[in-house]
Design a protein around this ligand. Structure first.
Ligand SMILES: Nc1ncnc2c1ncn2[C@@H]1O[C@H](COP(=O)(O)OP(=O)(O)OP(=O)(O)O)[C@@H](O)[C@H]1O
Ligand SMILES: [Mg+2]
Length: 293
């Protein structure tokens, strides 16, 4: 990625969105935003995003999965639902955000991806405000939003990815994936600091391999970047994942007794335990909203 690309990310927008999500309405817990990202493509982000979302829904969270992948939006395929409308229609102003969201069999609501998402960073001021307002309008309806982002950080979706409270970087034990994950963490660590960075090791041969990989990446991140990395766990390499994809059923529903499903549940447990949202501050949303919208 060209360095200039990461510098062009609209940070102010990301922090505004984060504030909006965090302080949604009096007396309820804030909406948490979790971005699933990776340096290298094809490491398992969509599978983890979909199944983590289902696992969190099973933990009584109201979950919205947002497919932010530009080129290969396919969370709908993994969830086995046919969608008619997606982000493209919202961005073009043809549909309201609420009309585009569909329920899925795992108890998760989905906002499907679309090819027009490359235009996210090219929005006019007016369109950007409208989109922020749209997302804000969802705050009361969800406890958790999971963003399945495209690989790399040069895409137009990054401003939303960076708005997350927690960025979960997914990496496999392959050297190329680890190098790219580190590059990604390095770029993220240079952005404003109010965000948790976590790692999930996917397609691990064993627990000990996953732990070895985490220790290595976390060690390098601490030493050279001064960034603490949260260990959210790992998912074993498991043919049940491919089987579920072919069945068009999410792993947790189609292969619930598989080793990989157990791993995803463990990741959800850690996410729930370590990142329980604070109580929302009354009145704060309005102040932020009045300021920016
Ligand atoms: N734990 C696993 N065990 C076995 N296969 C896996 C595992 N996780 C993912 N896969 C396989 O890896 C492939 C890529 O997975 P997925 O589409 O989730 O990756 P991605 O990171 O979202 O890709 P992209 O960057 O293209 O969006 C799929 O064929 C999937 O079945
Ligand atoms: Mg994907």
């Amino acid at each position: 990625m060209h360095p200039a690309e990461s510098e062009s990310i609209p940070h102010d927008q990301a922090s505004k969105l984060r504030q909006l999500m965090r302080y949604s309405s009096p007396g309820r817990r804030a909406t948490r935003l979790v971005s699933i990202m990776s340096g290298k493509g094809g490491v398992g982000k969509t599978n983890i995003a979909v199944n983590l979302a289902i696992a969190m829904a099973a933990r009584q969270r109201r979950v919205l999965l947002l497919d932010m992948d530009v080129g290969l939006a396919n969370a709908d395929v993994l969830l086995g639902v046919d969608v008619r409308w997606n982000w493209s229609h919202v961005i073009r102003g043809e549909r309201q955000i609420r009309d585009v969201i569909v329920p899925t069999p795992g108890g998760v609501d989905l906002l499907a991806g679309g090819s027009a998402m490359t235009g996210l960073t090219d929005l006019s001021e007016f369109e950007r405000h409208r989109l922020l307002r749209d997302v804000e309008s969802l705050c009361n309806a969800y406890d958790l939003m999971v963003l399945d982002c495209g690989a790399g950080i040069s895409r137009g979706v990054v401003s939303f990815g960076l708005a997350a409270d927690i960025v979960v970087v997914v990496a496999t034990p392959e050297p190329t994936s680890l190098t790219d994950a580190y590059a990604m963490i390095k770029i993220l660590s240079r952005q404003e600091a109010d965000r948790t960075l976590a790692l999930v090791v996917n397609q691990a041969a064993s627990r000990s391999e996953a732990e070895f990989v985490f220790d290595r990446v976390a060690g390098v991140a601490a030493r050279f970047l001064g960034v603490p990395l949260v260990n959210l766990g790992y998912v074993l390499q498991d043919e049940a994942v491919g089987l579920a994809v072919r069945q068009r059923r999410p792993l947790l529903l189609g292969q619930p007794r598989s080793a990989a499903a157990a791993c995803v549940l463990a990741v959800a447990r850690r996410l729930a335990r370590e990142h329980e949202p604070p109580e929302a501050e009354p009145g704060f949303l309005r102040r932020v909203a009045n300021l920016f919208l």
